[in-house]
Design a protein around this ligand. Structure first.
Ligand SMILES: C[S@@+](CC[C@H](N)C(=O)[O-])C[C@H]1O[C@@H](n2cnc3c(N)ncnc32)[C@H](O)[C@@H]1O
Length: 298
């Protein structure tokens, strides 16, 4: 249960896929091909690794648990197109010069940190195929699986997000107490918010979702006047008493267009760094959650 430093072994807190047939199906549902460079986060016992490596040009596997890393090294010692790295994926430097894809059954406790790292990278992956907790997937994918969320709205102009299939709890060992899905986050070729406005868009969404209040009226206070809100709600088709999550992604893009042209520079400055502050806050919460979880498990 414990390693030599008296810490819980990472692998004891993970759920591993149990069926090779399921892994074959998941890889077939992806568009991974012999031309692709792929990164697997957490190779575990290698159930995905052994099939993935035969389907791609080069595979990088980053495994944090030392025992699992060592057994992966032994298992794949004579395979040429694989590199197995011991370490924390969150510290791993992503490729900057070439295209790559992600395929992984991720450690659920760091879902937000993994997705934030991948989607905000200077050179994000072309495709991210992940097995992930269903509730988290619905939050990131938003409509049509759920209402939109801050996470889905931050990503959608740049990524197309789909849940490919639901998985059964019994697909994992040990059987988890939560549901999982296989999802794809695909980098858009034609982005919906142009590059020059990206920072402004991220600050805009982060500002509104970090604001206190139940409805559009209170969330947008400080950037739109009451008159502007009324006009927006009529033109775009929502109620000012609606929650921000009631608006579709397309409606949010229209609200943002209006913000760009209809709001003074002084009001634009109010949202400066809202996204950065949000990320800092999330990183703090993530760290706290990770250390608490470990304490609880110990
Ligand atoms: C849910 S398991 C999946 C393992 C295996 N791929 C499978 O499908 O059965 C997640 C794996 O990620 C590893 N892991 C956890 N945190 C990690 C991190 N920060 N960086 C790299 N690997 C990590 C765990 O040790 C575990 O092997």
């Amino acid at each position: 249960m414990f390693n030599k430093n008296n810490q819980i072994r990472l692998k004891d807190s993970q759920n591993f896929l149990r069926s090779k047939k399921l892994v074959t199906e998941l890889i077939e549902e992806s568009n991974i091909s012999e031309y692709n460079i792929v990164i697997e986060i957490g190779g575990g016992k290698g159930i995905i690794t052994e099939q993935l490596v035969k389907r791609c040009r080069r595979l990088y596997v980053i495994e944090y648990d030392f025992d699992l890393y060592k057994s992966l090294k032994d298992k794949f010692y004579d395979i040429k197109n694989i590199k197995i790295i011991h370490g924390d994926f969150l510290e791993f430097k992503l490729p900057v010069e070439y295209k790559y894809k992600i395929f992984s059954s991720i450690p659920y406790n760091i879902t937000a940190a993994i997705l934030s790292k991948l989607t905000s990278a200077t050179n994000p992956p072309e495709d991210i195929y992940i097995v992930v907790q269903r509730e988290a997937a619905k939050k990131y994918a938003g409509n049509p699986y759920n209402r939109e969320s801050m996470q889905s709205l931050l990503l959608k102009p740049y990524f197309d997000i789909n849940i490919i299939r639901n998985l059964k709890r019994t697909d994992f060992k040990p059987v988890p107490s939560i549901d999982s899905v296989f999802m794809c986050i695909k980098r858009r070729e034609n982005i919906l918010v142009k590059k020059d406005w990206k920072d402004l868009y991220l600050d805009f969404i982060a500002y509104i979702f970090s604001n206190i209040g139940k409805d559009m009226k209170s969330r947008c206070k400080g950037i739109f006047s009451y008159k502007q809100m009324k006009r927006l709600s009529n033109d775009i088709g929502f109620q000012i008493t609606d929650s921000p999550t009631c608006l579709s992604h397309e409606q949010w893009l229209k609200v943002f267009q209006y913000y760009i042209i209809g709001v003074s520079d002084e009001k634009k400055e109010r949202i400066n760094n809202a996204y950065l502050n949000l990320i800092k806050e999330q990183n703090k919460i993530d760290k706290l959650y990770r250390s608490r979880k470990l304490t609880k498990e110990l």
